[in-house]
Design a protein around this ligand. Structure first.
Ligand code: AMP
Length: 193
């Protein structure tokens, strides 16, 4: 199965992706995770992406599309994948369509987590506090001011991606304000899993 998880930062895409991975046995492909790994490793992509990520902006389409094109060629992605954090622009969505069409593949569903944006800053502060309490590193871009820039980038560039998929009939909207388990159940129902 090939899925996309959509929704603003802090909507719960990462949390839900982990649960769907368990259920479906296909990998989570998080462009945010891949970019953070590239930054940590100091690769050329990481060097280009670092400042943009720290400021809460979007990394260029060309870089992100290149990363995803390589990643979906890996053996573990052959039986399917859950894209988390990609596509974030219509240009990325169009590039993904072309990548899949070239391979004769199709998306199965696009799951959009719909949340109240006013609640998100509070969630992100909690995510940072939880990480701190667990002795884990706190993401630099989970700083409340940077988070606002990320939300603005979402509203400017990414909010239009859901309507793009609505036209294909693949979009399924999920109430992301429910408790975590209820969101997981709603997602599983939406894809018949
Ligand atoms: P995330 O972990 O999905 O919140 O992503 C963290 C950061 O990585 C974002 O704020 C962007 O700077 C960058 N990023 C991740 N995915 C993308 C993407 N598909 N397009 C552009 N930038 C991205």
């Amino acid at each position: 199965m090939r899925l996309i998880l959509l929704g603003p930062p802090g909507a719960g895409k990462g949390t839900q992706a982990v649960r769907l991975v368990e259920r479906l046995g296909i990998p989570q492909l998080s462009t945010g995770d891949m970019l953070r790994a590239a930054v940590a490793a100091g690769t050329p992509v990481g060097l280009q992406a670092k400042a943009v990520m720290e400021s809460g902006g979007l990394v260029s389409d060309a870089i992100v599309i290149g990363i995803v094109a390589d990643r979906i060629e890996e053996p573990d992605a052959k039986k399917g994948f859950i894209l988390d954090g990609f596509p974030r622009t219509v240009a990325q969505a169009e590039a993904l369509d072309r990548m899949l069409a070239d391979k004769g593949l199709e998306l199965d569903a696009v799951l959009e987590l719909v949340v109240d944006q006013d609640a998100l800053v509070g969630r992100i502060i909690k995510r940072a506090d939880d990480a701190k309490a667990a002795g884990q590193p706190v993401r630099k871009d989970d700083d409340p001011e940077v988070f606002k820039t990320r939300l603005a980038a979402y509203n400017r560039d990414t909010a239009v991606v859901a309507p793009y998929y609505e036209k294909t009939g693949k979009l399924k909207t999920i109430d992301g304000m429910q408790p975590i388990d209820a969101v997981t159940e709603a997602m599983k129902r939406a894809i018949g899993a």
